[in-house]
Design a protein around this ligand. Structure first.
Ligand SMILES: [Zn+2]
Length: 400
């Protein structure tokens, strides 16, 4: 399976400068892609094709040809993704338009050489048929397996993200069970297996960290607004702002990794072969004011902030590859109304409090209730009573 490993590295001072330049040049290529695409669209009314883009931005930059190609591909990919999201009704998603100052450079398989002593040579451009000397880096940790791609990224400092094939096959899995997952802001993951076992992994810690971050952020913003742009104090505050942001990002990733890991362990212990996840796609993207349906109540700013910072996308990413490694299949399913509908009498109501209670007498833990309905939707195509006696709720917290 393909995995990615992020690592620090050592290099000469001169080469470090050149690496910084790489990401600056990559940004120029990206910006040029934007420009060419815009002009092309204005002139022809059509979208620029990858080939045409490659013709226009070839051999003009001090980067390896495959590195340039990778940027063009990422541009086209971003455009396609935006198009897909818009087609789904997320009209607030814009096509790529933002000019960048730095952009991650990638070296594909012909773009680097790995020496037996662990030194990696990152290849650069050809000038008049002669190649400029490569950049030599030594990774702090060289992953075992066949390296496919190397990306130069910024995370407090320059780092390398190495994609490699670890040679491992997904675990063989001959189990039978199905589990439904409801991802939520407070409970992180709530899951119900068809053997009646259920799991709740809370993300309260994530939320409290977020809140703290937002507060600190607001303070810094306020101070920043009083400074003159570009002044020394302004720069200092800007740095502090960035640091706060990156720190919470790291903490968040850590918690989400633990959450997904715990879930996979639980799924394996419960003989799960298939996991069904409620697709929450619309939730985050609709946090901006509803344009289409002005009658719909606007969410308060507070709720909006909560939702747009809900990192289910990252959690889903982690779950996807961890489940795959465990040989568990993952399916997405439309989760609309799964939290509101009573599976017994089909009445809909908003849940308040920890338990979902219906007039008909049905009651269930609110998070398990959501997972239960997702499982029913998957099994029968509709929300209805499953008839699975829920025997045990396991509570976990991601922080150990
Ligand atoms: Zn009911």
């Amino acid at each position: 399976m393909i995995r990615t490993h992020k690592t620090t590295f050592r290099t000469y001072k001169k080469d470090l400068e050149r690496l910084f330049d790489c990401n600056r040049i990559s940004a120029i290529v990206w910006n040029d892609c934007l420009k060419h695409a815009r002009t092309h669209h204005q002139q022809t009314g059509r979208w620029i094709h990858l080939n045409e883009l490659q013709q226009l931005t070839r051999k003009q930059y001090h980067l390896h040809s495959q590195s340039i190609q990778s940027i063009q591909e990422r541009y086209v990919q971003a455009r396609t993704n935006a198009w897909k999201a818009r087609k789904k009704g997320c009209t607030s998603i814009r096509y790529p338009y933002k000019e960048k100052k730095h952009y991650p450079t990638r070296w594909k398989k012909d773009g680097f050489t790995i020496h037996p002593n662990g030194v990696i040579e990152l290849k650069m451009c050809l000038i008049n048929g002669k190649r400029t000397p490569p950049i030599r880096v030594k990774l702090a940790h060289l992953p075992e397996g066949q390296i496919k791609e190397i990306e130069l990224i910024w995370d407090r400092k320059l780092m390398l993200a190495v994609s490699y094939e670890d040679g491992r096959q997904p675990k063989e899995n001959n189990r039978q069970g199905t589990a439904a997952v409801d991802m939520g802001e407070i409970h992180g993951i709530a899951s119900l297996a068809d053997n009646g076992h259920s799991l709740i992994i809370t993300s309260r810690k994530l939320r409290s960290q977020k809140r703290l971050r937002n507060k600190k952020y607001a303070e810094l913003q306020k101070k920043l607004s009083r400074c003159q742009k570009g002044s020394r104090r302004w720069k200092k505050l800007r740095r502090a702002l960035g640091k706060t942001q990156q720190k919470t990002k790291r903490q968040q990733r850590d918690i989400l990794h633990k959450t997904s890991f715990q879930f996979v362990q639980w799924a394996e212990a419960n003989q799960i072969k298939k996991v069904v996840i409620g697709d929450v796609e619309g939730v985050q993207r609709n946090t901006k004011a509803h344009k289409k349906n002005p009658k719909k109540k606007h969410r308060s700013r507070n709720v909006n902030q909560k939702l747009s910072q809900w990192p289910f996308g990252i959690l889903l990413l982690y779950l996807t590859y961890k489940l795959k490694a465990a040989g568990i299949d993952l399916t997405m399913i439309d989760e609309s109304y799964t939290t509101q509908t009573c599976p017994v009498c089909d009445r809909k109501k908003k849940v308040s409090g920890r338990t979902y209670r219906c007039h008909c007498g049905y009651s269930e833990h609110r998070d398990i209730h959501g997972a239960k309905n997702i499982l029913a939707k998957h099994k029968y195509g509709e929300i209805k009573e499953l008839g699975i006696p829920i025997s045990k709720i396991t509570y976990l917290r991601p922080a150990s």
